[in-house]
Design a protein around this ligand. Sequence first.
Ligand code: NAI
Ligand code: MG
Length: 505
Amino acid sequence: MGIVVYEGVMKTMGGKIDHRPTGLFINNEFVPSVDSKETIDCINPATEDVICSVVAGSVKDIDVAVAAARKAFKTTWGKNVTGFERARLINKLADLIERDAQELAELELSTTGSRDFDIGDSVACLRYYAGWADKILGQAIEVDNKTKFAFTRHDPIGVCGQIIPWNYPINMWSWKVAPALACGCTIVMKPSEITPLTALVSPLLFVDSRRGANFPPGVVNTVPSLGPVGGQALSEHRDVDKVAFTGSTVTGRKIMEAAAKSNLKKVSLELGGKSPQIIFESADLDQAANWVALGILYNTGQDCTAGSRLFVQESIYDKFLDICVSKFKQHKIGDGFDDSSAGGPVVSKMQYDKIFSYIDAGKQAGAKCVLGGEKRAGKGYYVDPTVFVDVTPDMKIVRDEIFGPVLSVAKFKTEEEAIELANDTTYGLGAGLHSTDASQCMRVSQALEAGTVWVNQYNLLNNNVPFGGKKQSGIGRELGSYALEEYTSVKAVHWNYGEKLDWPL
Ligand code: NAI
Ligand code: MG
């Protein structure tokens, strides 16, 4: 099978020029758009250079990709492939990503600007779901009649549209692709227009006869496009059975609306957050400060579970704030290709402007900026760790997701007050608490309204533990066995092996 590799000239990795596919990936081939001449520029946020341009898919390209995915679902994949075979292919894919980890890491770094991703996590996610592929079991159910029984099958749901963001491109790709393939679904992937490269290179791993895992054509299709074009087209497509999305709450709402207005496809949404971190007076303050710093500075705050609201018990407030600020000062932000940088720039000019507009709003509302909050001279979208104190619950910097390294800090007196403050948000993605009182940890973790609560740690995930949001942070769960429910549809089969039906009734 021939693969057309469009020439994408990329000036990354210290000026080395590489050739990469820049076409759409449909039916195991890289192809041009059927009707669009538009391209999407990929920009390195550390230098502001355009490193390459990729084909921007259109609504018609989405139609072509969905048709390819449907055909594969009906013929080579779906119910026509065993779990053992799916496991074998997914494991092969994981091996190939592991082999090419360095190359993929450089592609991630050159478009996200950040080193806070781990190709190893993506490999582990694929292997984890390869393990599930032959263990997707239904139930045998006794019914109220001796000559009948019922059983369930967990059928693959069908063709899945998967829309992913730019903050952890390959990791979000693996969270979506791995469970869908394990369950027998076929995929049309729409990567973020800001970071399409790893999703575009990874198809090579699927098919190249020399390098590939050799999945059948149409099982995974990748159509980079602008979100309102390709993402919208997938969400309202009548032949897409499910849309899985990670991104902003605003866009999540549009996706659900489009699903409702078209074919009521199943929707899972992993959306924004404004996650609290609570420090009680009994906490190990030095450790707690490390986790707080990780919580808001990891990936330069461009993290859906960024712990952006810090609540500190009054008795330790001054002391803890000092420790935190001194830790934040040790976090050097610079070019991710420079090994001495702990954090990189933010991903785009748009995100940079958005973050500074929040910083300005915080200052204007009377919050006191005790660290950062100033623009740097020179190139690159750099935002230094920024800390606001004396915040009040109504301020925009306390209510809205900023998606940058901006922490707002407030005091509390009692446990009840801390819970009240922490839950005072429309979001419910993550939450953290630090305390050495085990009963308090249990009480507070129960009371926090969030999909994930971290006790004496923050922001660490495991492939076998579910992840997702409450309130306006999302619907559905990724990771763990829970994600399998998102990609399967339960069929009940009622079986009669003896009962006679008398007629007329
Ligand atoms: P976004 O939510 O608009 O983009 C995420 C994905 O959705 C991208 O692939 C995009 O192309 C696609 N998309 C855009 N419009 C769409 C539509 N109408 N229908 C279907 N798909 C669509 O996020 P954006 O604009 O890149 O960032 C804005 C803010 O969103 C950020 O400042 C941040 O607060 C939040 N965000 C949250 C993320 C999270 O992990 N929770 C990830 C990315 C952004
Ligand atoms: Mg958007």
